[in-house]
Ligand binder design. Structure first.
Ligand SMILES: Nc1ncnc2c1ncn2[C@@H]1O[C@H](COP(=O)(O)OP(=O)(O)OP(=O)(O)O)[C@@H](O)[C@H]1O
Ligand SMILES: [Mg+2]
Length: 376
């Protein structure tokens, strides 16, 4: 059963369409203005939105634009309703993101026919431009236990969802990686097998080492036993990353809190480094000393993004204090999420376990922000 969200400030229109569309077999959700409509769409994305144009507050075009700009709702069908007095041409409606428009007064039968037709059309997976080469996004912090792995895992799932295609996720912790655990995967082959092969590692072997997660994330898991000396590991990682970026739109790397050969190799190859900090002095001090090291690997300020994790309104340092200490903006703030440990324990990424939780929403927004950054 398709769900349709009807957004109109006229209660009589809501009543009429609720009756007609429910009778026609749709599950109907009603909203009396644009704000309410957006909230309902984001909390539970419907298959179709029917949006009135003239409404107090956000008008229907703005609602369309915001629905298209949000990865959670970007792919849904939208029909715009206009009053005859402000009948627009098709172009304006389509430019705002609508699939179709209808002029009021609405004949319910006509609307139902159009709704079915629009829903039957093949939908673009993601209304985003194609990336020419996969982008390498590394999640990093020299301070351990701060949420690097949790963010890398959830970000990879968010990218797969956003682009509607497979992305890859590398666990480069040589001592004790937790990516496979967080995704409930038990891969037979891991980074250890590739390190054994050295920098001549075959693409075919790499393919066999990539475990499949149902979200569309292909995982290269960390070695099952600690690897204490990986001489030549940097070259292997360089090769892995270059093979993967030719195949996937995103390569997300989870790193250990060190600057060993392997970590340095992936940091050097990265298009974007997310430097994770927490609102506490130790984490800030660690980030302050990390930034020059990252710049020394060839990174500009624009590809070193500060991400503040585990933030609560009670955190001892507000965001502004972190920005002042680090002399750069915080690009994303990820809230403290009480449900995260349970998601980890179950081996289900939070973004799938509780997709509407504040942390999941913040990670989805970050993925979208990164995708937009690369589009430029
Ligand atoms: N936003 C958050 N809200 C609540 N708990 C969090 C958050 N981020 C991380 N944690 C918790 O912090 C702990 C460490 O997380 P994680 O393993 O992702 O960190 P890490 O930086 O990769 O650690 P390591 O240095 O061991 O690799 C986990 O128990 C996780 O539940
Ligand atoms: Mg980790």
């Amino acid at each position: 059963m398709s769900t349709v969200l009807i957004i109109d400030d006229d209660p009589s229109v809501l009543k009429l369409l609720d009756f007609a569309m429910s009778k026609a077999g749709f599950r109907v959700v009603l909203a009396g203005d644009g704000e309410e409509g957006l909230e309902k769409a984001q909390a539970n994305p419907p298959d179709l939105a029917i949006v009135d144009v003239m409404m107090p507050g956000l008008d229907g075009y703005e609602v369309c634009r915001r629905l298209r700009a949000d990865p959670r709702t970007a792919g849904m069908a939208i029909i715009v309703l206009t009053a005859r007095a402000q009948a627009v041409d098709r172009k304006v409606a389509l430019e705002a993101g609508a699939d179709e428009y209808l002029v009021k007064p609405i004949m319910p039968d006509e609307l139902i026919r159009l709704a079915r037709e629009v829903l039957a059309r093949p939908r673009a997976a993601a209304p985003l431009v194609e990336l020419p080469q996969g982008r390498v996004v590394t999640v990093f912090s020299l301070r351990g236990g701060i949420g690097v792995t949790s963010l890398a895992v959830n970000l990879a799932v968010a990218f797969a969802h956003l682009r509607q295609e497979e992305v890859s996720l590398l666990d480069l912790s040589l001592l004790a990686g937790h990516v496979a655990l967080m995704l409930n995967l038990q891969p037979q082959l891991t980074l250890a097998n590739l390190l054994e092969q050295g920098s001549e590692a075959e693409e075919e072997t790499l393919d066999r080492c990539l475990a499949r997660h149902s979200s569309g994330v292909r995982v290269l898991a960390a070695p099952p036993q600690p690897v204490t000396s990986a001489s030549g590991g940097g070259q292997v990682v360089k090769r892995i990353v270059s093979l993967l970026r030719g195949r996937f739109p995103y390569v997300v790397a989870d790193t250990a809190s060190t600057l060993d050969e392997v970590t340095t190799a992936v940091l050097t190859a990265s298009d974007l480094v997310l430097v994770i900090v927490a609102a506490e002095v130790q984490a800030l001090q660690t980030a302050i000393v990390s930034l020059p090291a990252l710049r020394a690997l060839g990174h500009e300020d624009d590809d070193l993004w500060l991400v503040l994790n585990q933030y609560t309104p009670k955190s001892p340092l507000p965001t502004q204090a972190a920005e002042k200490a680090l002399r750069r903006p915080v690009r994303a703030t990820i809230p403290y999420e009480p449900a995260l440990p349970q998601a980890i324990q179950r081996g289900v990424p939070l973004i799938l376990h509780q997709p509407t939780s504040p942390m999941a929403t913040a990670v989805a927004r970050l993925a979208y922000q990164i995708d937009k950054h690369f589009e430029k």
